[in-house]
Ligand binder design. Structure first.
Ligand code: TMP
Length: 215
């Protein structure tokens, strides 16, 4: 396990199954923090840098995506993360910014390690190599039951489901359980919120956890 960063800023990651409402919560929290006068930066994985966005395209929209093996997927997510940490997150933390990221290393632990069933030791080693000492100060899991997640994917506006979204219900059930088990194993870093309620109610719960960190 990497030693924690000692920079002036804070890193808060948001995790959860697709359709859990992470992005809405990130936007609400960013607004709240800005109103309090905090410098805030929001980003996402995979992506967040030009190189990372190109990697995102390869992973989720590539026409040959169905041929991609789980190991390749793991390295591509890790590559996007390594770039994001060094180019965006670390400099922002050094300058005292609160960084909110839509997914971080726990997504690889859960999606590639648990749902795709890759061995956990190499997944952890690759994750830790990618982030260096930049671990989240807080990770918010926006939890929704698998049926809700699948329904929200189907209802999503115009887009056709991407390569990850085309996975079956069993895959998403493993993702959900994986996150909850991870949160149980590290209660000091994780905060689970019930994502089935209104956005404002969820935001209230998120703020309870963030307030302690930001004070
Ligand atoms: P998003 O659509 O929530 O931004 O995430 C893109 C997809 O990539 C989503 O299905 C989760 C998946 N993912 C992984 O499988 N492993 C990872 O390490 C990351 C960051 C995302």
């Amino acid at each position: 396990m990497p030693t924690k960063h000692k920079h002036a800023g804070k890193l808060i990651s948001f995790e959860g199954p697709e359709g859990s409402g992470k992005s809405t919560q990130i936007a609400l929290l960013a607004k709240h923090l800005q109103l309090l006068g905090r410098e805030v930066l929001t980003t996402r994985e995979p992506g967040g840098t030009e190189i990372g966005e190109q990697i995102r395209n390869i992973i989720v929209h590539n026409s040959r995506g169905d041929e991609m093996c789980a190991e390749t997927e793991l390295f591509l997510f890790a590559a996007s993360r390594a770039q994001l940490v060094r180019q965006v997150i670390a400099p922002a933390l050094i300058s005292g910014t609160v960084v909110l990221t839509d997914r971080f290393l726990d997504s690889s632990t859960v999606y590639q390690g648990i749902a795709r069933n890759l061995a956990s030791d190499p997944v952890q080693q690759i994750n830790h190599f990618a982030v260096g000492n930049i671990m989240p100060d807080l990770t918010v899991i926006v939890d929704v039951p698998t049926e809700v997640s699948l329904q929200r994917i189907r209802l999503r506006a115009s887009d056709l489901p991407d390569r990850m979204e085309r996975e079956n219900a069993e895959f998403f059930a493993k993702v959900r359980t994986g996150y909850l088990l991870l949160a149980q194993s590290m209660p000091s870093r994780f905060h689970v919120v019930d994502g089935t309620r209104s956005a404002d109610e969820v935001a209230h719960d998120v703020w309870t956890a963030v307030q302690k960190l930001i004070a």
